[in-house]
Design a protein around this ligand. Structure first.
Ligand code: PLP
Length: 343
């Protein structure tokens, strides 16, 4: 889904701007996997601390901005409205990966043009099915910026010369998603299996209810861990201050999310020991399950990076990431406490 969200508007020697704090796997998709498939798409990483950095990094070949609403491990909320506004003035659409904040954040309301979700996470809710969705807000004028989007504004030889911005005229400004559907789905495959679609629809029916409990539990965990002397730092929007707090309040008005990180004084060894000592939390790299999940990135997902590279992504040796589930809060806290006691 991440690749499809990009190659609907980018091809060789074009570029997109990305958000420096993308999570590891997203960064890898944009810098390595996508260029490997379509060749030569340039990706520039931009620090969103100052949204104006996006304007500075934009040039005539920029095709889109791509960012995550609530990127782990740093969990600093992306300035969606500020960057979307800059992009609209320059003719650059903002694509938001809202996987970590469904229901909580509505990026289209803040000016994003496209939203994508890995439905494997909160939408499915059980980590049983792999899938994704791409949503075109129908709010971006792809025709007005012909030079930026030749793939949508010039005849497509793979589809009887269709010009997508013209072909969609009776439907509205949805050239992006129509092209994604009729050419990319055909060319690169990976349509969702009907059974997975069924599972995701089941999940969607309880999503708002689940998100409320996820968020309440995570707030309680953040507060509780903040008091533990073995922990030097809790990373959760509820524990932030200044600009990060303001952004969280503005964009996550329906709840601060259920991803949470903390740093153990004891470094890598403490991180490993903590994970090994958990009894109820599952040790997996996934997020957004009904069950509580935990991972120690320095010894798993980020272990192929140098310590310096790990630090750049926000992963310190003792950093542990939690995805707080729907279990009773007493059980969640009890499991964390007994694993911390073992460190
Ligand atoms: C924020 C985020 N986006 C995207 C993905 C993955 O999406 P997909 O594998 O569908 O590209 C993940 C998890 O792997 C994720 O955490």
């Amino acid at each position: 889904m991440r690749r499809r969200s990009l190659i609907s508007v980018c091809r060789c020697r074009q570029q997109k701007k990305s958000f420096r704090r993308l999570r590891r796997a997203n960064a890898s998709v944009v810098t390595r996997v996508t260029p490997g498939i379509v060749g030569g798409i340039e990706c520039r990483f931009v620090d969103p601390a100052n949204p104006e950095n996006f304007r500075r990094a934009t040039d005539a070949k920029t095709r889109c901005y791509y960012a995550e609403t609530l990127p782990n491990p740093k969990l600093t909320v992306f300035p969606i409205g500020e960057v979307a506004k800059i992009g609209r003035a320059l003719g650059v659409p903002l694509i938001m990966d809202n996987t970590a904040a469904p229901v909580l954040c509505r990026p289209l309301d803040h000016g994003a043009a496209i939203v994508m979700h890995s439905t494997t996470k909160y939408i499915g809710g059980h980590g049983t099915s792999i899938g994704g969705i791409l949503v075109d807000g129908g709010n971006f004028d792809w025709e007005k910026h012909k030079d930026r989007f030749p793939m949508l504004n010039t005849p497509d030889p793979s589809y009887h010369g269709a010009v997508w911005t013209q072909a969609v005229k009776p439907l509205g400004p949805i050239a992006y998603i129509l092209k994604a559907r009729v050419t990319l789905l055909r060319d690169v495959g990976a349509p969702m299996s009907p059974f997975n679609a069924f599972m995701f629809l089941q999940g969607l029916e309880t999503l708002p209810l689940r998100m409320r409990v996820h968020c309440d539990n995570a707030n309680a965990v953040a507060k509780h861990l903040g008091k533990n002397p073995k922990i030097t730092k809790v990373i959760h929007p509820s524990a932030m201050s200044g600009e990060a707090k303001k952004r969280a309040e503005k964009y996550l008005s329906r709840g601060l999310g259920a991803l949470l990180g903390f740093e153990l004084k004891g470094g890598v060894e403490a991180g490993r020991k903590f994970i090994d000592s958990l009894k109820m939390f599952y040790h997996v790299a996934n997020i957004g399950d009904a069950r509580s999940l935990a991972i120690h990135p320095a010894s798993t997902t980020h272990s192929q990076l140098t310590p310096e590279e790990q630090a750049q992504t926000g992963v310190t040796p003792g950093y542990v990431r939690l995805s707080i589930g729907l279990e009773h809060i007493d059980d969640i806290l009890a499991d964390l406490d007994q694993a911390l006691a073992a460190v």
